[in-house]
Design a protein. Structure first.
Length: 55
């Protein structure tokens, strides 16, 4: 646990930066939300098309 905390505190080193990144922006949250919405919409469309084929 101490090692993880040290990595989080020291994300400026190369390994920490690769694993944890260097920051998180509001635009990242928006992009994740849009991606989840698109995936959910595509899933719904695919399910509807699959149900039509079965009937």
């Amino acid at each position: 646990m101490k090692r993880l905390m040290k990595m989080i505190e020291n994300s400026s080193n190369m390994m920490g930066a690769l694993i944890l990144g260097k920051g998180f922006l509001l635009v990242d949250l928006i992009r994740y939300t849009v991606g989840i919405g698109l995936a959910a919409g595509m899933d719904k469309v695919m399910m509807m098309l699959n149900l039509r084929k079965q009937n």
